[in-house]
Design a protein around this ligand. Sequence first.
Ligand SMILES: Cc1cc2nc3c(=O)[nH]c(=O)nc-3n(C[C@H](O)[C@H](O)[C@H](O)COP(=O)(O)OP(=O)(O)OC[C@H]3O[C@@H](n4cnc5c(N)ncnc54)[C@H](O)[C@@H]3O)c2cc1C
Length: 288
Amino acid sequence: MLEFNLFRPQSLQETLDLLAEFKGTARVLAGGTDLLISLRAKEGMEDVRNVIDITGLQELAFIQERDLLEIGPLTTIAQVAEDSVLRQNAGVLAEAAAAVGSPQIRNRGTIGGNVVNAAVCADTVPPLVALGATVKLERKGGSRWLPLDQFITGPNRTQLAEDELLTKIAFAKLPANASWGFMRLARREALAIARMNVAVIIVRDGQGKVEHARIVPGSVLSRPTGVPEAEKLLVGTHPDEALAHQAGEAVAAAMTSSGRRWSTPYKEPAIIALTERAIKQALEVEWR
Ligand SMILES: Cc1cc2nc3c(=O)[nH]c(=O)nc-3n(C[C@H](O)[C@H](O)[C@H](O)COP(=O)(O)OP(=O)(O)OC[C@H]3O[C@@H](n4cnc5c(N)ncnc54)[C@H](O)[C@@H]3O)c2cc1C
């Protein structure tokens, strides 16, 4: 384990002051389920001398409904999974949160940590991107908002500056005519990081024709983003099983556009099937 100074600020301002003072040598600690593992392994932590434990900042633990739905970064994954407002208006996110790790991990891990850690397999990220989430980043004396799909730039890489703190995640409620699906594939049913996951949101008109579709896979592309080639296939149609399969193939094609790897023969059929099933779940149909 690395040796470090531990700070436990009690306000947002105190936290931003510490981040400014120790810029470049500090890491924020939320639930610690990712950070403590890295600190123990000393992976990418060579420059860390100061750890800022933000668990005292209860002002950053909230789920609120304003013009947008807003989630504070210290909200635990369990709270996201169980919240009735989110279940009602952003069910795809609550469902994904419920699939994370185990009760212990969900009670300790936070949505802010899941987003900032930016693992390719992070379960809350594809639903948040599908929902069009933006993130608020604050530093001493300033703040900015970024779309989540721009904030995450690659595996475990984000645009977070060394003196910035993620302070809010916001997105619009799903309209009443929206439905969604979330599927993940892991080695076991429980306590297993997803090998791949996919979030689907479909908006249909009164006749059941698709007006809008979002298909966001995780662990498939170098950063979390929709696959327009797959989404376009569904728009203007009453999708059937064959079309859902084609959408899956479009996601697989996006995956292999950057090259084929040893794992491609395994991942290709898996992502096609996951996408097809997530579309099926969103359409609430029984094809087989
Ligand atoms: C056994 C096990 C199983 C797991 N299973 C899953 C799973 O199924 N799905 C899944 O998605 N994840 C899983 N995880 C990963 C982890 O639990 C989640 O990513 C969790 O949400 C991280 O949140 P945290 O609060 O613990 O983050 P921390 O470990 O405290 O922080 C993670 C990173 O984010 C930074 N950070 C945290 N909050 C902020 C903030 N507000 N502003 C700026 N930076 C911040 C930290 O500095 C650190 O770099 C698992 C982990 C373990 C150990």
